[in-house]
Design a protein around this ligand. Sequence first.
Ligand SMILES: [Zn+2]
Length: 272
Amino acid sequence: MGRIISQGFVDSLKRKAKRLERERRELTHSQALDLIAQQEGYENWSLLARNVERCTGMKRVTERYPYTIHLRGIARDSKRELTMRLSSKHPAAHYEKQHWIHWTLQGGSRRSDSEATAVMTDPGERNLWHRLVRAQRMVSFLDATDLRASRSTRAVYGSHSIPGCFDHDCLWKDPEGRYIVTVEPYMRWGHPDEIRSLCDSNEWQYELLPKGYGLWLPCDASCGPECESHTRMFVISPKRQGGDLQATVRAILSMPRLWPDIVADTAPCLSV
Ligand SMILES: [Zn+2]
């Protein structure tokens, strides 16, 4: 499994290596760095540094929207705070009620504020980390597709309940009031075949997106082509009042595939 770390975290590791070097005079500077990298699960410092370059290089793509959201995540188990900065098309309040975001805006943020602080708390740091990353993916998904979360399940499923094979499903409405459904099964344990046959029998159009796209737990840069441990996204346009499937798919595929720059207030050890 790969490991994602931010530049802020690397700087704290460098300081740690300096301290180690002072304590153990026999070590050279590069030996101290290698030892610190090994504590973080890397073979040596240059491998760790390469990972960071990859992570920070990709996230720059996001700096293209007029609004900034400072997202603070508070983990109750470790008492640590993880922070992240998002660039968005709309003010933070626009995203508050969307699927899976669940953050609280601080300091009475108004709908027009170009900067806002949002807070997320979680009992566990690892889960919090996933929620922060998911919120980031969700914001870029909403910005790319112009969809909004919808609760009108009756419009799509009629009197039926949401199909049991729909893992991590979300219902969306486009600006014209048409519906799109996204479903994200784990490919190994999920229900991809059931989803396909359900769509076929209802005459719902669908596309299965390539690996690495999606909201719940898509593949990351460390996954090989054989990976089946992550989720993949089906984009579905229902027969009744269905939205433009191809336009939605194109918008999602245009999303920057990025690594978040999460900074912790003390040195974290975050693996994904
Ligand atoms: Zn994967």
